[in-house]
Ligand binder design. Structure first.
Ligand code: ADP
Length: 466
């Protein structure tokens, strides 16, 4: 009855006398008289006499066909889900690219207009365009982040984060918003047992995003003249609690379970407080991905306290470099520079014009542009650029291949390459950086970042005295 493919001879000496309790297990197919194939699982035990000689074999045989069919269905469902996840993620990456490209033009040219001498009403109009554009950009980023978390594609890098410095940064960033809303924003300086620098394990950028979200809500859902306070608290179980307490409008107890549901605004949609209702949904997911916990306490009409609980690092780690001081990077060198040459390879006309017009603000730079990878490579070999900026979607070749060709040619291999792409995909960014790119900038480009890149890479004048 055993299916011909499953017939295997039992090896000689299989039931060794003396192997008390030895059990053999196998799964085989059988073919029934009517031709139906079924799976059987048998477990056999050797039974021995007092001298340890095998005298009998006892077997249990079970029909496992239905169980196997069910397992196969589960496996197929997992596979389908994985495929659907991949499709969703590809769709998101594509969408992100398609939405960012036009936004690049809106925000880029808006920022340029802002630098011109404009009438007051023109300034206001540009202000509206930029605020609207930035709002849209945050929205795209938040929706993408939520989807990435749901498809398990959000990468966080957990590392020691100095919490005191981070809180000071967050307070600094939110101070103008708080003042504009007439809210007092305060924070304590964590100083436990004289140790100035307390570290938690988190992703610094993501934790900053979480705190900015919570503080921004605490200011928004508040009343002029009231307060928002950030404080920290060491918990006994080795976690640090970061509390954001407001004396605002509070949340009804029955609304709290819906707080982290995307697009749920708990009635605020009828007020004129701006919002979309995804900030807290994202915040909650981000905290969970960082292996932390988000808690809420609120008294309706009196205020709310949101707490982020994160694993505390056992001892303060001073050997980790302090977070790079962005302000220090921004300082523009007043070193006079000789002519520096930028080669910008991108097929999108408005991007080409944007970068060219940004570079006008740095007269020591000249810009050459190419709309195709092949032409870009030719130019790179002949014009010996100081810096190359490279888009990834080119009509004739992939940006990654252009990068590879640049690296492979001794004429161009030493020229720094900055990728400028609409794909906000961190995995791709690290891959290209590993492949030799200096940096990865996402569109919409930030004018100050591009100016920073130009200042950093500019050729310094060699002093005529030396
Ligand atoms: P948004 O602020 O864009 O509406 P969030 O996801 O950040 O979205 O918040 C969801 C809802 O939770 C808000 O619409 C508001 O009703 C409520 N909420 C959030 N934070 C607070 C707070 N600190 N005090 C009172 N209500 C809050």
């Amino acid at each position: 009855m055993i299916h011909p493919e499953d017939v295997t001879p039992i090896p000689a000496g299989y039931w060794n006398p003396g192997d008390v309790g030895l059990a053999a297990e196998m799964e085989v197919r059988i073919v029934r008289a009517d031709g139906e194939v079924r799976w059987l699982r048998s477990i056999s035990n050797a039974i021995t006499d007092a001298q340890g000689v095998v005298i009998r074999v006892a077997s249990t045989v079970e029909d496992i066909t239905d169980r196997n069919t069910a397992q196969a269905a589960v496996r197929a469902a997992h596979l389908d889900a994985a495929r659907a996840n991949t499709a969703k993620s590809e769709f998101l990456s594509r969408m992100s690219h398609e939405l960012r490209t036009p936004l690049n033009a809106v925000l880029g040219f808006g920022q340029l207009l802002e630098l011109e001498s404009l009438s007051e009403s023109q300034q206001q109009a540009v202000g509206h365009i930029l605020r609207g554009g930035r709002h849209l950009l945050t929205l795209i980023d938040d929706v993408l982040d939520i989807s990435r978390i749901e498809t398990d594609r959000l990468d966080v890098s957990l590392e020691p984060v100095a919490i005191g410095a981070l809180i000071a940064d967050v307070v600094g960033l939110m101070q103008p918003t708080a003042s504009a809303a007439g809210i007092e924003l305060g924070h304590d300086r964590p100083q436990y047992g004289g140790v100035a620098s307390i570290h938690v394990r988190a992703d610094r950028r993501r934790l900053q995003q979480v705190l900015l979200n919570l503080v921004s809500n605490a200011i928004k859902y508040n009343r002029p003249g009231r307060r928002v306070d950030l404080s920290t608290n060491m918990l006994e179980e080795g976690r640090l609690e970061i509390r954001i307490a407001d004396t605002g409008i509070g949340i009804r107890a029955e609304d709290i379970p819906r707080l982290f549901t995307p697009f749920e605004r708990l009635g605020q949609e009828i007020t004129d407080i701006e919002g979309v209702g995804i900030g807290l949904a994202l915040t909650h997911r981000l905290v969970t991905v960082m292996q932390g916990e988000l808690r809420v306490e609120s008294v309706f009409g009196q205020g709310s306290t949101f707490s982020v609980l994160l694993p505390l690092l056992a001892s303060p780690v001073s050997y980790f470099p302090a977070n790079i001081d962005e302000a220090a990077l921004e300082t523009s060198t007043d070193v006079t520079t000789s002519e520096s040459r930028l080669l910008y390879i991108d097929d999108n006309r408005s991007n080409l014009e944007l970068i060219t017009r940004i570079a006008i603000h740095r007269p020591n730079w000249t810009v050459t542009t190419a709309v195709e990878g092949g032409h870009g490579l030719d130019l790179a070999r002949t014009m010996k650029p100081t810096l190359i900026m490279l888009d990834l979607h080119l009509p004739d070749m992939r940006g990654a291949d252009v990068l590879r060709a640049l690296q492979a040619d001794p004429l161009t291999s030493r020229v720094p390459v900055i990728i400028v792409s609409a794909d906000a995909n961190t995995e791709q960014a690290s891959r290209l950086q590993a492949a030799g790119a200096l940096r990865y900038r996402t569109k919409p480009v930030n004018i100050s970042e591009i100016l920073h890149d130009l200042d950093e890479q500019a050729v310094p004048v060699t002093s005529s005295l030396s």
